[in-house]
Design a protein around this ligand. Structure first.
Ligand SMILES: NC(=O)c1ccc[n+]([C@@H]2O[C@H](COP(=O)([O-])OP(=O)(O)OC[C@H]3O[C@@H](n4cnc5c(N)ncnc54)[C@H](O)[C@@H]3O)[C@@H](O)[C@H]2O)c1
Length: 474
């Protein structure tokens, strides 16, 4: 598949050291080098059996570990710090979470193939916000807070790469955000459908095998989605439902009704994780997350180079974020079909809080725990009405347009999903208030010059997906 990286590299950034860009530049090249080691921001190159080249970058300077020390933390502090590997830490939820956990004193390393940035290049998309390279991001974080974030650049579908990252970092918890997460992307064409399922299912399987092989006690916190459940005509429970059938009663996994190849990959992940908890005693938490909105967290606000990405296009943009950008640039809000589609939503500040709560309260060995991670339910029509009202307060005349629904989904339906387990652990939700909507709209207005209006309308149809490779361009 042309749009998949064929090589991997891992690296730890040395603050103040030489910029290790050479490792990243080499991602797409095919170089035949046996073993070469250079000091400071150094890169180890080695030939692997499976792939033409695997690049592993490392450094002679240690990042803090549980038993080690570093100049910015007292040795006392560093002996207690939990090591958390954030897979997908360059992405929307992952970046905010990595910073939050680092700020809270966890020893964080990011694992990311940077493929999300490549998707933008492939499809001609861009984040509303300018975002710094991952190297500049972690360097800036170090400048601002004195805290190190380790960096392993590579594809978790490459088990050798992932194994190296596990052996080197020895995580106590793995937060796994590292998947292709767009339903429309998975419905563009056959190759994207297959890429999504391969990337997500094999990547997660590799994480499970890495835990089994190298870190049996490690707690897996996996990002699932509320979309796994679909829209059943009964209440949605948190992972399990107790059923009495023909006089017998059992508690069973809640039925899954995924509605895209992406959502199906998440369902398969959940099954694989549940199975390995049972078979190998892995401890795991599946966070069935709702739709995330917002962009600012305390940590990303600390410097413009720490700013998060903000997707507004028809492929990667999500409902409320998209509506705010549409309102900001005077584009009618794009309501798909009847607009009665109801889902769970949460503020990105609650995403980072929920993940921290899951890490701080780990599942038991062998336990497959499922939390529904959202704070409020809204229909698309309700969101459109809220954004229209917020726009009026700012003097923006917001219009709405009905767009033929590119998806196959119920447009009017019952929806009542439980979401108490994270609250029980201490989640204090940031509910969608007028002030948050105002600030989100103002944020969108601030960057309106960067909006490519041609990317706003949906460009992917669930029914028209074909085998022919498709370029989804404006
Ligand atoms: N954003 C939402 O509203 C939302 C809602 C529900 C669930 N989720 C889930 O949360 C997770 C993160 O979502 P996001 O919005 O931050 O996505 P994102 O696309 O912004 O980030 C995902 C990151 O994972 C990386 N990645 C993908 N495949 C990889 C691989 N094989 N190896 C290494 N890195 C890889 C990407 O480069 C990217 O940086 C996803 O699993 C998604 O399904 C997100």
């Amino acid at each position: 598949m042309a749009h998949v990286f064929s090589t991997s590299c891992s690296l730890k950034v040395v603050p103040g050291g030489e910029r290790p860009y050479h490792a990243v530049k080499a991602l797409s090249s095919r170089v035949s080098v046996q073993t070469l080691m250079v000091p400071r921001g150094s890169v180890i190159w080695s030939r692997t059996k499976q792939r033409s080249l695997s690049i592993r970058a490392t450094t002679l300077t240690e990042v803090p570990t549980q038993s080690g020390s570093n100049s910015h933390q007292s040795s006392n502090d560093s002996t207690k710090r939990q090591r958390v590997m954030v897979i997908g830490g360059d992405g929307y939820c992952g970046w905010a979470t990595a910073l939050h956990l680092s700020k809270k004193g966890y020893d964080v390393s990011i694992v990311d193939s940077l493929i999300r940035r490549l998707f933008d290049h492939q499809l001609g998309l861009n984040s509303l916000t300018p975002i710094a390279s991952i190297h500049d991001r972690v360097r800036r974080w170090k400048d601002v807070t004195g805290k190190d974030i380790g960096l392993y650049i590579g594809d978790i579908c490459d088990f050798e790469f992932l194994a190296e990252a596990f052996k080197s970092f020895e995580p106590d918890a793995v937060v796994h955000f590292g998947e292709q997460r767009s339903a429309p992307y998975s419905m563009i064409d056959r190759s994207r459908a297959i890429f999504t399922q391969h990337n997500n299912v094999i990547g997660t399987l590799n994480v499970l095998f890495a835990i089994k092989e190298f870190r049996e006690e490690c707690h897996l916190v996996k990002l699932g989605t509320m979309g796994e459940y679909g829209t059943p005509n009964i209440d949605i429970e948190e992972g399990y439902i107790t059923i009495t059938h023909n006089g017998r009663t059992d508690t069973l996994p809640y039925p899954k009704q995924a509605s895209s190849f992406y959502h199906l990959s998440k369902v398969h992940d959940s099954h694989n994780i549940a199975f390995t908890c049972k078979a190998w005693g892995i401890r795991a938490t599946d966070l069935n997350q709702g739709v995330v909105y917002g962009v600012r967290t305390d940590e990303t606000e600390m410097h413009e180079e720490l700013r998060n990405r903000f997707d507004y296009d028809g492929v990667f943009g999500t409902a409320l974020n998209r509506f705010c950008v549409q309102a900001a640039v005077g584009h009618p809000l794009t309501v798909y079909g009847k607009g009665g589609q109801t889902r769970g939503y949460l503020d990105i500040r609650d995403t980072v809080q929920c993940v921290e709560l899951a890490i701080a309260n780990p599942a038991n060995p062998g336990e497959f725990r499922v939390f529904n991670q959202f704070t409020e339910q809204f229909s698309v029509n309700q969101l459109a009405a809220l954004v229209t009202k917020a726009g009026a307060k700012l003097g923006i005349d917001v219009q709405t347009t009905t767009v033929p629904n590119p998806r196959v989904e119920a447009e009017e339906h019952y929806y009542n999903a439980k979401h108490t387990k994270l609250i029980d652990l201490g989640l204090r939700p940031h509910l969608l208030s007028d002030s948050l909507l105002d600030s989100l709209l103002n944020f969108a207005v601030q960057f309106e010059d960067r909006v490519d209006k041609k990317q706003i309308m949906p460009s992917v149809s669930w029914k028209k997906i074909g085998v022919k490779p498709k370029t989804v361009a404006a």
